[in-house]
Design a protein around this ligand. Structure first.
Ligand code: HAM
Length: 414
């Protein structure tokens, strides 16, 4: 049988790698402006980390984890998201003691056993950030602003920030009562498993695609009607801050997010280019998570942005520059090629050569396929005059250039 990449995974071939570099370097550039520092955590963690963070009622934990026993009989899981590992590291190394704010950025693979479709993979990649140690709506606004600036720097159009607050404590309890009152007769007909999840986290009902559930909850007041005074005033302050920073957003009472750790602010950025999987990114505040994982009470907020989804939209909007080619394809007599290549490379000019020294026609074909801007041809005759021919492969014009002027000449025209 011919071996294939596993279902739900994607090879990034050399022709597309520059798109990844573009997205990742744009991300690093933007988060660098706000003083975020890179953090890298392991690809796998003890399973308990994710059951305690993502939450036992989330699809991620109940259905999608890549979980296995290692040879030491430990339960291990490939990380389904980046936040939990970072918070584990924050606690393990006491990175954010009281009074210290940590700003972390990351690029990570994530693993979720989902049904693959456009923009939904089993191994996907995220860029993300976590602001740990502040309860201020200014922290939420900073994270949302960075997210928006990132998509703006990529040049994406037609994206919008959707914002909600899902409250905490008492608000959840009151909302849960209202929700269960509307759906209790329906729940009797649902399976035990579903009922159990809804009992633990009724917000899951808001995600349901079941038409009878949707009909039952239609007309239910939005969760923002149940917010406590503190959550309410923070949500209002966040909205004013975003307006001040000219970040366009819409309120979307339906957003609950797929992970259980969120409190108050939740948000997504949506693109109409993505179809059913329309979320470019998702994030929010998670004030209880550090404590839940064994640390001190540490209010925090963050976001993760899917790299594959950003690339889909950038491709559809034609926003990638053309594939950068090599600067120079160098051909001619073997000794000359060897002598000329080193100073060009030392000067930062990229140079390709043919190790098999095939015919001139074949090498010019290779230069074309490599997208070379110039062919530098060191033929017998001009080499004897200490010179080479420089052919502009775009315009097909050719100039003789003295060897000792070659670097300066190419620097000027590249
Ligand atoms: P999430 O909404 O589960 O949040 O994922 C964030 C983004 O990762 C999604 O909007 C999507 O772009 C991308 N993504 C997720 N799953 C897949 C998949 N199967 N295939 C392709 N792309 C995917 C989190 O992961 C949270 N940790 C975000 C966060 C950080 N909240 C606070 N801090």
């Amino acid at each position: 049988m011919r071996l294939q990449s596993p279902r739900g995974t994607q090879d990034v071939l050399p022709a597309d790698a520059f798109k990844w570099h573009h997205v990742e370097s744009t991300f690093r550039e933007i988060v660098g402006r706000y003083g975020y520092l890179d953090i890298r955590t392991p690809t796998f963690e003890d399973t308990e980390l994710f059951t305690r963070s993502a939450g036992e009622t989330s699809d991620i934990v109940t259905k999608e984890m890549y979980e296995f026993r290692d040879k030491g009989d430990r339960s291990i899981t490939l990380k389904p998201e980046g936040t939990a590992g970072i918070i584990r590291a924050v606690i393990q190394y006491s990175l954010c003691p009281p009074g210290v704010i940590g700003r972390f950025s990351y690029v990570t693979p994530i693993f979720r056993y989902e049904r693959p479709q456009k923009g939904r993979l089993r191994e996907a990649h995220q860029v993300g950030l976590e602001l740990v140690g502040s309860a201020s709506p200014r922290a939420d606004a900073e994270v949302i602003e960075i997210t928006y600036r990132f998509y703006e720097a990529l040049g994406l159009t037609g994206v919008r920030v959707e914002l909600n607050s899902i409250g905490r404590g008492d608000c959840r309890a009151r909302f849960r009562e209202a929700l269960l009152a509307k759906t209790s007769s329906l729940l009797v007909e649902m399976g035990d498993d579903f009922r159990d999840r809804v009992e633990k986290n009724p917000l899951r009902l808001l995600d349901s695609k079941d038409p009878s559930v949707r009909e039952a909850i239609d007309g239910l007041p939005p969760i923002t009607d149940f917010l406590e005074a503190d959550s309410c005033s923070k949500f209002e302050e966040l909205q004013s801050l975003l307006t001040e920073s000219q970040i366009p957003f819409v309120l979307k009472p339906g957003i609950v997010r797929g992970l259980d750790y969120y409190t108050d602010t939740v948000f997504e950025v949506i693109s109409s280019n993505l179809g059913a999987q329309d979320a470019l990114c998702g994030g929010g505040r998670y004030d209880g998570l550090v404590k839940e994982l064994g640390g001190k009470d540490t209010p925090s907020v963050g976001v993760a942005m899917g790299i594959e989804r950003a690339i889909i939209v950038l491709d559809e909007q034609g926003l990638f520059p053309s594939v950068p080619g090599v600067d120079v394809f160098l051909l001619g007599i073997a000794g000359a090629v060897h002598t000329v290549a080193a100073p060009l490379r030392n000067a930062g000019i990229s140079v390709l050569t043919d190790p098999d020294s095939r015919s001139m026609k074949s090498q010019l074909g290779q230069a074309d396929r490599a997208g070379a801007r110039f062919a530098v041809i060191a033929g017998e005759e001009e080499w004897a005059r200490n010179a080479v021919q420089v052919r502009d492969l775009g315009s097909s014009t050719q100039t003789e250039v003295a060897i000792d002027r070659l670097v300066a000449y190419l620097k000027a025209v590249l």
